[in-house]
Design a protein around this ligand. Structure first.
Ligand code: UDP
Length: 234
């Protein structure tokens, strides 16, 4: 196995599937299937899920809501997604724990690094909800930070495109995909892989990022076997 412990970052938006809002049960089931496959391969899986399908802090200001308040609302949105995913994973027979960056004891444990690692060692899928618990951050930054804390081997950014392109492939048909990139190259070319905080954290801690298409069945498991159909940044 190429990777023993992974941090999988899923965006909230991807959970919408074909819908405009909320959680698509078909997508949820598909992700569950992909995750179950790699857990059964013996990989330790931690997950950070976004909240963009429900609420984003930056939207708040346009609706007259204070930015900081909005960010907390966004963090709570990630908890809603995390709970949905947790439930789906458990239904599929996996053991899971959700840990939150904001204390909410009735629904999940607080994030405690050593506990998170212990859960992973026992084969439980650990979902990190509520971001890092602070406004002005994103779930990408959460993914980088938690991955470093739990000493994950890689951050896997599951998206709907199959890697990093020279320009947006959904807008420019001439765009070509990078198989490999260094952090420096990605920075110099201004490629938008993660926000700068998240990106810099990975760079400074030598944590590789893989951008891949999470909607393509079997992709995640293939990466565990060392066949990356996506872009590696290291
Ligand atoms: N958020 C935050 N601090 C964090 C993580 C998230 O304030 O540590 C808020 C922020 O407002 C963000 C929202 O939660 O817009 C939802 O997360 P994100 O936009 O990263 O989700 P995604 O784009 O992955 O769906």
């Amino acid at each position: 196995m190429k990777y023993k412990r992974i941090l999988l970052k899923l965006s909230g938006e991807s959970l919408m599937g074909e819908n405009q809002y909320g959680i698509d049960p078909i997508r949820l089931e598909q992700y569950t299937h992909e995750i179950k496959n790699v857990v059964e391969m013996g990989v330790e899986v931690a997950i950070v899920i976004g909240g963009g399908n429900i609420f984003r802090g930056v939207q708040a200001e346009s609706s007259g809501i204070d930015r900081v308040q909005g960010d907390y609302m966004g963090m709570l949105a990630t908890v809603i997604n995390g709970m949905a995913l947790q439930s789906a994973l458990e239904k599929a027979g996996l053991y899971t724990r959700m840990m939150s960056g904001i204390k909410m004891e009735q629904v999940c444990e607080p994030f405690i690094k050593r506990r998170a690692v212990r859960h992973l060692e026992k084969g439980r899928v650990v979902i990190f909800g509520a971001g890092i618990g602070n406004p002005y951050f994103t779930t990408d930054s959460t993914a980088s930070l938690r991955a470093i804390e739990i000493q994950a081997d890689v951050v896997l950014k599951g998206t709907r495109v199959d890697g990093v392109y020279t320009s947006d492939p959904e807008k420019n048909p001439e765009a070509t995909k990078y198989a490999n990139l260094s952090f420096q190259e990605a920075y110099e070319k201004g490629l938008n892989i993660m926000d700068m905080t998240a990106f810099t954290l990975c760079q400074e801690n030598n944590l590789p990022i893989i951008v891949f298409d999470m909607n393509k069945s079997g992709n995640l498991a293939e990466i565990m076997n060392g066949n990356v159909n996506g872009t590696i940044i290291n």
